[in-house]
Write a protein that binds this ligand. Structure first.
Ligand code: SF4
Ligand code: FES
Length: 368
């Protein structure tokens, strides 16, 4: 029996995309191709209000993200407001553009945890992937400062064809840097990543080896570091429960203030998004049509509609369904029961060697 009136949980997490400005140009970025310009970003006061409303709504944790959140000069004020509201504050940073003294100020302001993305264990390759010479060195330095200050550190490694052979080295690097957790996240193909799919896609054999390697590394480093791994979509049998279910547990705010049920939702043309400039977070969570669109199971088509996993994975990812089938209500083609599942293998087979199309605002692509 479908659940037409799903119980409305409070959101637990808020991804605050403070800005799309970023010194790096990673080709796997999941930000939209149309990035928000600086002039359209929310002002400080609005963010302070958003965090008060978020806490009142039940949000326990926020990820200050971007782009590079430190591109905003008011990051300390924003972080403090979230912490003062009683929210756990995770800073997601490229690691570039935060001088040591600023990291100390950010810790004083109330950052509870830092996540630094590192593109590869080899400096030249890492800099090439990031599209920024010297990025690796700066990340390494910032990680050491974070640990010296005493903040917990997570290293994030986005895995693709150019670095998939060095997962073990990346785990060793994360341990050396004092991280207590590493995220091994295979590329999810939205935004810039979809544009660069052929240049990023690993082979099935590489992915199988990587999955085995992660299992071995987990055993070897038990008690030393937590290894979280996101399974690569295109080679999976079942889809991920994207966002833990649409508008079920978390929400995103874009730099310009649009409230989204997931970071890629703006690609779904049938949806419009309320802005925190005009609506309270509570109003958005309870009433915004875009949040109600795929909440629960009522919207589902077959095979999801009668599937016993429909409240396990919620039919997978709405954005991926739209991108790959043209219908946001379709079963995510990652699912082996989707009529489009076979097409994924064809898409994954296109691994054309080509230069990266680096993520950028309007400026020319960075070079290394
Ligand atoms: Fe999940 Fe739908 Fe596939 Fe069932 S048919 S496993 S609900 S994606
Ligand atoms: Fe939008 Fe998965 S990214 S639902």
């Amino acid at each position: 029996m479908l659940n037409p009136e799903p119980k409305l949980h409070a959101p637990l997490g808020l991804l605050a995309e403070l800005t799309h400005r970023c010194p790096l140009g990673c080709p796997y970025c999941s930000n939209p191709l149309e990035l928000d310009a600086r002039e359209t970003e929310l002002d400080t006061e609005t963010w302070l209000r958003v965090f008060k409303e978020a806490a009142a709504l039940g949000v326990l944790q926020t990820h200050l993200s971007g782009g590079e959140p430190a591109s905003r000069r008011d990051l300390e004020v924003i972080a403090k407001s979230a912490r003062d509201a009683g929210i756990y504050v995770n800073l997601i940073t490229s690691g570039v553009g935060i001088p040591d003294a600023r990291m100390e100020k950010l810790a004083d302001a109330g950052i509870d945890h830092v996540q630094i993305s590192i593109q590869d264990s080899e400096a030249d390759s890492a800099d090439h992937i990031a599209g920024y010479r010297g990025a690796y060195k700066r990340k390494d330095e910032l990680a050491r400062v974070v640990r010296k200050i005493g903040l917990p550190l997570t290293v994030n490694m986005v895995v693709h064809r150019a670095n998939i052979a060095r997962i073990s080295d990346m785990v060793a690097l994360a341990i050396k840097l004092g991280a207590t957790r590493i995220e091994i996240a295979h590329v999810q193909y939205y935004g810039w990543a979809l544009k660069n799919r052929a240049a990023l896609m690993p082979t099935r054999e590489q992915v199988d080896r990587a999955v085995e390697e992660v299992n071995t590394l987990r055993e070897r480093h038990k008690g030393e570091i937590v290894i979280d791994a996101v399974v690569p979509d295109y080679y999976a049998k079942y889809p991920k429960a994207c966002m833990g279910g649409w508008a079920r547990r978390s929400l995103n705010i874009t730099p310009g203030g649009r409230a989204l049920p997931c970071h890629a939702a703006e690609i779904i043309p049938s949806l419009t998004f309320w802005n925190v400039r005009e609506h309270s977070l509570r109003d958005i969570w309870m009433n915004a049509p875009s949040f109600k669109a795929f909440r629960g199971t009522e919207w589902m088509q077959e095979p999801c509609r009668s599937c016993e996993r429909r409240e396990v994975d919620f039919g997978g990812c709405r954005c991926q369904a739209l991108l790959l089938t043209g219908d946001a209500r379709a079963t995510d083609p990652v699912c082996h029961l989707s009529p489009h599942h076979a097409e994924l293998a064809e898409m994954a087979a296109d691994r054309t060697e080509q230069p990266y199309d680096y993520r950028r605002l309007k400026a020319p692509a960075p070079q290394t």
